[in-house]
Design a protein. Structure first.
Length: 549
């Protein structure tokens, strides 16, 4: 179900981590199948089925969990039922949470009060050997008292009583004849409806409804055509996003967006050489309408190509080039509400009806290795690293003018975004160590000014060590960040930081289905600010336990 993410600082999107089976992150325009939204990329969440919870031979079960944390005085609990038969699979989950004021690393407590609750249900049935259908339902409710601008670190942005109601529903049907590798068609209908009502002490009420509805049809074919095996994916998607505001919610202008897409991708594995080649293309047609400004139309064909070569069984090298476009959102073009207050004076959003669609080309190159039996007979080392660079035309950026007290979106005629990503993982019977590094820079290629949307050198280390042989593990997480100095003109530099967190987890072999953990986040209570100057969480102790039977 596509989500409307352009909702400033009060999105209603929610998904419980306990139900996430797989997350696929595609950077920038490197996806012909999903559509990229230009530089934004795609985060695709796949939820678990009953079969993912049940051990072999079992047909149903229950899972109960609970957690508490000191940093935000939060409590949470959840109950999940799952069951399956030969041709059916069903899951039902109910979650209740409660959160209070958030303790920050600068010693302040950010005002917050919320009581989220969620229900998630999904199921599937095999009608015949070739036909399968399913549906899912996700309900989310949250009543909060929080600042109107949660990212404002000083002063009072005004507390708001906010109520969020989100309903998502999805239906799908799949036809895959067992004797025909050319046909595997899946059709999906989806609807996401979010209503947010906000009341402030000195402000009229805001009310807005965001609805996304769409259909996606894709067929996947497997065939052998010289010079190798092909996995073909091709299909079409249409979806509409509608937004209706009332009261003082002019930050979220009325309007709708229609997206129509056709896409094709061929993933080929060569028969005689250790080479994989991916070629694809996506055609997107965009149309937005606002009662005050009329229509905006844009369309573009976005090709993509990638290659990976494995000259040995432990080395892989890859490269790709891809293009995409992003049309401006309704908020970027039309919003005209107060952005924030400074010393009692408002900074207003200024509409920009002349925004142009953003076009970009991304190039990426990298390599990875995997070594087994390096130090012991049962260990594995995996390393992967890459460099990416993006050239963008009419890059859509945001400027906050403190002198004139106004904010607006604008086009950067030529922008350059580049960076490095590296990941490493060492697994053995004695230790599990995961390392990741990222650095991203963004610059106006004409003026040579930093755009401020990058990420300074950041290194994250996760180490887990078994303590004895009774299911106890000790963990240490370190997050190290360099100073953020390549910031947008007028923004403040942010100092680097080092945050250390420790954990103990217990998963006894003798008690099947039970696990518990205690975590100390930001153990030394170090001051840490992200690149936008927002303080991260302070020292927090959290407890978690789960039992499945």
């Amino acid at each position: 179900v596509r989500q409307l993410s352009d909702m400033a600082k009060s999105s209603g999107t929610y998904l419980d981590p306990a139900l996430v089976k797989r997350i696929e992150v595609v950077r920038g325009p490197n996806s012909s199948l999903y559509g990229s939204g230009g530089l934004g990329g795609v985060v695709d969440f796949r939820t678990a089925d009953a079969a993912d919870f049940l051990p072999p031979g079992e047909t149903n079960g229950l899972s109960l969990w609970g957690n508490i944390a000191s940093g935000d005085h939060s409590t949470g609990s959840g109950l999940t039922w799952f069951g399956k038969t030969g041709k059916t699979d069903a899951l039902l989950s109910v979650i209740m949470r409660k959160r209070g004021n958030i303790y920050q690393s600068d010693g302040e407590r950010a005002p917050n009060k919320e009581k989220p609750a969620a229900l998630f249900a999904k199921g599937s049935v095999g009608i015949t050997d070739s036909n399968k259908a399913g549906a899912s339902l996700r309900l989310y409710r949250n009543n909060t008292t929080e600042p109107g601008n949660p990212t404002q670190t000083h002063g009072d942005s005004g507390l708001r009583d906010r109520k969020t109601v989100q309903n998502d529903v999805q239906f799908w049907y799949q036809y895959a004849p067992v004797d025909n590798s050319l046909i595997n068609v899946k059709s999906t209908l989806y609807l996401s409806d979010i209503t947010i009502k906000t009341n402030g002490h000195n402000k009229t009420a805001e009310w807005r409804n965001n609805r996304t509805s769409g259909v996606n049809v894709v067929n996947r074919s497997h065939t052998l055509i010289f010079p190798g095996a092909h996995q073909l994916s091709y299909g079409a998607e249409y979806y509409r996003q509608q937004q209706k505001p009332e009261g003082s919610a002019t930050l979220y202008p009325e309007g709708n967006i229609d997206f129509t897409s056709l896409y094709f991708q061929d993933e080929m594995t060569m028969k005689s050489y250790p080479v994989n080649i991916i070629v694809g293309s996506r055609y997107d047609r965009y149309k937005s309408f606002n009662p005050r400004a009329g229509e905006l139309k844009a369309e573009r064909l976005s090709p993509r190509a990638a290659i990976s070569v494995s000259p040995t069984d432990w080395l892989m090298m890859y490269g790709s080039i891809s293009s995409a476009f992003r049309a401006p959102t309704m908020a970027e073009m039309y919003r005209d509400d107060v952005h924030f207050y400074r010393k009692g004076k408002p900074n207003y959003w200024v509409p920009n009806l002349n925004l142009k669609p953003e076009n970009n080309i991304t190039r990426e190159i990298g390599a990875g290795i995997q070594l087994d039996g390096l130090l012991t007979d049962n260990d594995r080392l995996q390393l992967k690293g890459g460099y990416f660079g993006t050239d963008a035309r009419n890059y859509i950026a945001t400027r906050v003018d403190m002198k004139r007290m106004r904010s607006y979106s604008y086009n950067v005629s030529r922008a350059r975004i580049w960076g490095w990503d590296m990941q490493g993982n060492y697994q053995s019977d004695y230790v599990d160590w995961v390392l990741s590094y990222n650095r991203t820079e963004s610059m106006d290629a004409s003026s040579r000014e930093w755009l401020g949307s990058g990420n300074p050198d950041t290194l994250i280390s996760d180490i887990s060590i078994p303590v004895g042989h009774r299911g106890v593990y000790a963990g240490w997480r370190a997050e190290l960040s360099a100073s953020a100095t390549h910031v947008k003109k007028g923004d403040s530099y942010q100092a680097g930081y080092a945050i250390h967190s420790f954990s103990l987890s217990y998963k006894p072999v003798s008690v099947k289905g039970f696990e518990a953990s205690v975590t100390l986040d930001n153990a030394f209570n170090k001051l840490a600010m992200n690149g936008k100057g927002v303080p991260l969480s302070g020292r927090t102790v959290s407890l978690y336990t789960r039992y499945q039977w």
